[in-house]
Write a protein of this length. Structure first.
Ligand SMILES: *Cc1c(COP(=O)(O)O)cnc(C)c1O
Length: 387
């Protein structure tokens, strides 16, 4: 739903700034070391941002390659009218071969055994071979390049193979060993790509968000290993790793907001919430925020996290409940029923984004975004004019 921010009167909601998403895409492209096509990774509901909305925005900006995690996500995009390549990065049961074909989807081939099963369906399916260059997750083994070559050649006759790709597992790392490992992965991938170059596969790709910034350059070496970046996290304005620097103008596009349902005084000696894990040692003012762990607010932030209210930090008191969270607003002026609480986003001069929350929870921004639950309604705020 597209609305003005000041019209939203909800319990717990997300605002997605479409202009910021657009700027993230444009600014990222500017920083690529050379001209590369973007395959937008919009798996997991575009990292919580809404896959159809993000795909439509990017289609308007000229993107015509998308990647998702599974066939349901892919079909959902087709049903919403999204055109272009849609690559399914993970396993789909061969049972769905007909759907893959009819919806014009591109299936990643996770293993030779899987290729055989798909080929045995007799249905002409667009596929790309995953090449395992060291992550040991999916793909045929690049340590045996001759076998890789033979496998790709064999199945090119039985399936519609239109590409190969690999996935880098430490492209966001800056240590010497991380860089060496990534170079090794790229070399292995290049070897396989060179061996099948006569097949003229249109899609050869190895870069995720981080690699697009750090490994794509105009040296002859890299030029020969594809010119597509599978852009995920940076599109949404977050960092692959907290140590990474993001280019100018790339910022989180998502804010998570909630409302205060009541404010009360709590006296010394009283306790707060389930398990009575917080005890007031003085008179405090407590506000009830209408968001809980069922919305995706991680319960490990109990007694440790903050929300932002009227430009101040309001510490979370006691355990986060399923639908509600109690916060200390003793030192925050004019908090009342209906006041907004910012769980992720900006308030006054303060800002707290999914990467900040991830640091507090010893995880990654990706997980924070993906945990935002379905019942947190998404609103699209936009000042750009393509839509
Ligand atoms: C998720 C994923 C990406 C995107 O990674 P980011 O770090 O979000 O850019 C790229 N490629 C594959 C295979 C993935 O699974």
């Amino acid at each position: 739903m597209e609305v003005h921010a000041n019209q939203i009167e909800k319990r717990s909601w997300v605002e997605i700034d479409m202009t910021q998403l657009m700027n993230n895409y444009i600014n990222y492209k500017k920083c690529l070391k050379r001209d590369a096509e973007i395959m937008a990774v919009i798996k997991a509901d575009a990292y919580g941002h809404g896959d159809v909305q993000v795909a439509r925005l990017l289609s308007d900006l000229g993107v015509n390659m998308f990647a998702v995690s599974n066939i349901d996500e892919a079909v959902c995009l087709r049903e919403a009218g999204i055109k272009g390549e849609i690559l399914i990065l993970g396993y789909s049961s061969p049972y769905y071969a007909r759907t893959l074909h009819d919806q014009d989807l591109t299936q990643a081939i996770v293993s030779e055994q899987y290729a055989e099963q798909l080929a045995n369906t007799g249905i002409d399916i667009k596929c790309q071979f995953a090449i395992d260059t060291g992550m040991n997750r999916i793909g045929i083994d690049a340590d045996k390049p001759e076998e890789c070559e033979q496998t790709i050649r064999n199945y090119s006759k039985r399936l519609h193979i239109n590409g190969i790709f690999t996935h880098l597992c430490v492209a966001d790392g800056s240590s010497e060993s991380d860089i060496a490992f990534t170079h090794d992965q790229l070399n292995k991938f290049k070897d396989v790509a060179d061996r099948v170059s006569d097949l003229n596969l249109p899609y050869i790709h190895c870069c995720n968000s981080a690699a697009g910034l750090f490994y794509l350059d105009d040296t002859p070496f890299y030029e020969t290993i594809g010119n597509i970046v599978r852009l995920g996290i940076i599109l949404y304005g977050l960092k692959p790793d907290v140590t990474n620097e993001l280019p100018q103008g790339i910022e989180p596009a998502l804010s998570w907001k909630s409302v205060i349902s009541m404010v009360k005084q709590v006296h010394p000696g009283e306790t707060i919430g389930y398990g009575r894990t917080f005890k007031a040692d003085k008179e405090i003012t407590v506000a009830t925020v209408a968001t809980g762990y069922a919305d995706g607010l991680n319960r490990h932030l109990s007694n440790s996290g903050n929300v932002l209210i009227n430009g101040h930090k309001a510490p979370i008191l006691g355990r986060i409940c399923m639908d509600q969270t109690l916060v200390d607003v003793t030192d925050i002026p004019s908090v009342k029923m209906g006041t907004h609480a910012i769980i992720l986003g900006k308030s006054g001069n303060l800002s707290y984004n999914a990467d900040d929350m991830a640091c507090d929870l010893n995880t990654i921004g990706y997980e924070i975004l993906c945990q935002l639950s379905k019942r947190v309604q998404r609103f699209y705020i936009s000042t750009y004019s393509i839509l």
